[in-house]
Design a protein around this ligand. Structure first.
Ligand code: NDP
Length: 315
């Protein structure tokens, strides 16, 4: 607090702790399903040797193992042809021990990501990128899979007690992975939704006009610290999806991670804010695990239905 005036300092939304809680719930679900004879299995496919992708994939594999899931990472050389990758996807589609398939993006330039995504069985598409799952999200059907990062943002809001009903929600960014599904979730008529949603992008005229109206501001831009405190409505909830690097001579690497929001100025204006790192980032993997459990759960339900039907026919 500065002498003579109160400074509003935002409460931190602890994505690490919330993700940890979700991972605990997932591990309990995995143990229950395993007892029923269905061990949730996640297959991650990495093509090439992009170092950031290798790090993400390593973290996904570690988390799925820690939750008790089966599966692992299939690493393919960058020279893998599209036909070879599609053949692998077909194989995983048919494998009954695999409930979730994730092909890590970006793919080498000679492979069309949309073709690959369309080849994944929608009921194993735990990344939620298949058009069938995107369509289900938009029309409000809950039996599909939702892209992990925006699904994680909704969990952060709900579990932090943020009431989205009737709120002005402004999403900056319109990518298929974050911005668009984020807006689609916020507009649904259910918990974590019912918001009045505005979507901004690089062609938006007067971005600050929109961000200053937001009760809930979600930044998914990919521009280091672009949203500054003066662009935020006092008391707003700020969710920073961005993962960028900025120079930092105090670090051995010479850089450090930062978000799309200028944290130091935003924290003085917002009521709640996610830090980077430790905000949205940990939620993405937690939601991937949750989606994989959902996929396995369906298989277990179908097996139980079939067993029930067989019993009825026999009796
Ligand atoms: P994209 O580059 O696909 O999309 C960025 C969006 O921001 C685009 O819609 C673009 O508009 C918009 N944009 C760019 N510049 C401006 C500007 N000056 N004013 C307004 N809008 C602008 O990125 P992603 O959606 O994939 O990712 C966004 C950020 O989130 C990145 O930092 C990424 O690293 C991070 N991320 C973090 C994840 C996590 O787990 N925490 C997961 C996924 C992403 P237009 O469409 O007009 O080009």
């Amino acid at each position: 607090m500065k002498a003579g005036r109160w400074i509003l300092r935002a409460e931190l939304i602890d994505g690490k702790a919330i993700a940890e809680a979700i991972r605990g719930e997932v591990a309990a679900d995995v143990a229950r399903l395993t007892q029923q004879g269905v061990v949730p299995g996640l297959a991650v496919v990495l093509v090439g040797d992009d170092s950031a992708s290798a790090t993400y994939v390593g973290a996904k594999e570690k988390a799925s193992k820690a939750a008790g899931m089966s599966g692992g990472t299939i690493r393919l050389p960058a020279s893998t042809s599209q036909a070879e990758l599609l053949a692998l996807v077909e194989q995983l589609n048919a494998d009954v021990t695999v409930h979730g398939i994730l092909v890590q993006m970006p793919l080498p330039k000679h492979i069309d990501p949309d073709t690959v995504i369309r080849h994944i069985r929608p009921d194993k598409d735990v990344d939620g990128f298949h058009p069938e799952n995107v369509g289900k999200l938009l029309i409000g059907h809950t039996d599909g899979f939702v892209s992990c990062t925006p699904a994680g943002v909704i969990e952060l809001l709900v579990r932090s007690g943020v009431d989205t009903r009737g709120a002005e929600a402004v999403v900056v960014g319109r990518s298929n992975i974050v911005g668009k599904p984020m807006a689609a979730l916020l507009v649904q008529g259910r918990a974590g939704g019912d918001a009045t949603v505005t979507v901004c992008h690089s062609r938006t005229r007067d971005l600050a006009y929109h961000t200053r109206r937001a009760d809930i501001l979600i930044a998914a831009i990919g521009r280091a610290e672009m949203i500054t405190g003066d662009m935020i409505k006092p008391g707003a909830v700020v969710i920073d999806v961005g993962m960028n690097t900025k120079p930092d001579p105090t670090k051995a690497k010479g850089t450090r991670l930062c978000g799309d929001v200028h944290f130091d100025s935003a924290v003085e204006v917002a009521s709640k804010i996610t830090p980077v790192p430790g905000g949205v980032g940990p939620m993405t993997i937690a939601m991937l695990l949750k989606n994989t459990v959902k996929a396995a759960e369906r298989v277990a339900e179908r097996a139980a239905d079939t067993a029930g039907a067989t019993k009825t026919v026999q009796s």
